[in-house]
Structure formats: structure tokens, C-alpha cells
Design a protein around this ligand. Structure first.
Ligand code: HEC
Length: 137
């Protein structure tokens, strides 16, 4: 009887923690290029910026065509946790990056690049920090 209670309480704590961590993911992203606040935890963008959305797909199809582990293109290995949320925003909005400048990103439309940025921002290496990473609003 007592054991069961302990197990039930344990499960409740684990469950609450799961929900809590999921919510610690950032829900908004300020995009410097378009000067807009993107609500990435709502509606269509919620879907698109998660692991099954367009952002993740395009990252795999395009960026990961070079940035795999041990590739022969001279590209450093990259995955969603290579940078924090702000770091990814800088990659897309500010930094001069050779592959961006030589046209390797041009197969993606401006809209698709926003979705890739949303996906990486939302799943970056600091997104489980309880002080969530929302950058606007
Ligand atoms: C055609 C191959 C190719 C594609 C496609 C490509 N990259 Fe790159 N990327 C490279 C190479 C090669 C470098 C290293 C260039 C150098 O340091 O001279 C690089 C460098 C980078 C860097 C800098 C890494 C560092 O440590 O400074 C980032 C960030 C980056 N790429 C992000 C991306 C993203 C995001 C995409 C998809 C939108 C992408 N790349 C698509 C080849 C590619």
C-alpha cells in the first residue's frame, strides 16, 4: 500500500517535470531581419518549428548535406545544439558565414530560412534552462 503511494507520487513528479521542461522551450523569437516577433509555440509555427516540421526537414536536407560528422567538404559538424538560441539567431541574421555568402543557402527561400532558424532557436542547447529564452514581447 505504502509502496504504491510512493510510486504514484513519483510518477506524478516525473510527469509534472516533463510538462514543465517542455514549456521551458522558448515560445517566441524576435527575428532581426524581418523585425518581427515569431510566435513559435502557437498554431502553424508550433508545428513547423518542432522536430517534424519544415524547419527541421530543410535543416537536414540542406545544411546537413554538408555539416555531417566527418564530411569531406571542410564543414564543421553541426546539429541543433551546436549553438544556444541567440547564437543561432546570429548565424542567420548577422554573422558572415562562408557557406551563406557563397550561395549554399540559396536553395532555401527566405520563408524556409526563417523556419530553419525557428527550429534551431527552439531546440538549441540552452532551451531547457528554466529561465526561458524568449527574446521578445
Ligand atoms: C555546400 C555545403 C554547405 C551547406 C549546404 C551549408 N554549409 Fe555551412 N559551412 C560549410 C563549410 C565548408 C563551412 C566552413 C567554412 C570555413 O570555415 O571556411 C561552413 C560553415 C558554417 C558555419 C560556421 C561554423 C563555425 O564553426 O564557424 C555555420 C554556422 C554554418 N556553416 C551554418 C550552416 C547552415 C545553418 C546551413 C543551412 C542553412 C549551412 N551551413 C549549409 C558548408 C556548407
Amino acid at each position: 500500500m505504502c509502496k504504491t503511494l510512493v510510486i504514484v507520487i513519483g510518477c506524478l513528479i516525473a510527469f509534472t517535470w516533463t510538462i514543465y521542461s517542455a514549456q521551458a522551450r522558448p515560445g517566441k523569437r524576435f527575428d532581426a531581419k524581418t523585425q518581427t516577433c515569431r510566435m513559435i509555440a502557437d498554431g502553424q509555427l508550433d508545428w513547423e518549428s518542432d522536430h517534424w516540421g519544415t524547419g527541421a526537414q530543410k535543416f537536414k536536407q540542406v545544411c546537413k548535406s554538408c555539416h555531417t560528422r566527418d564530411n569531406d567538404k571542410g564543414a564543421p559538424f553541426l546539429y541543433m545544439e551546436s549553438y544556444g538560441s541567440k547564437g543561432w539567431n546570429r548565424v542567420f541574421a548577422e554573422r558572415r558565414i562562408p557557406c551563406k555568402q557563397d550561395g549554399s543557402w540559396d536553395v532555401l527561400s527566405a520563408e524556409e530560412l526563417l523556419l530553419v532558424n525557428d527550429y534551431l532557436y527552439r531546440n538549441a542547447n540552452d532551451t531547457y534552462d528554466p529561465n526561458d529564452a524568449d527574446s521578445c514581447g
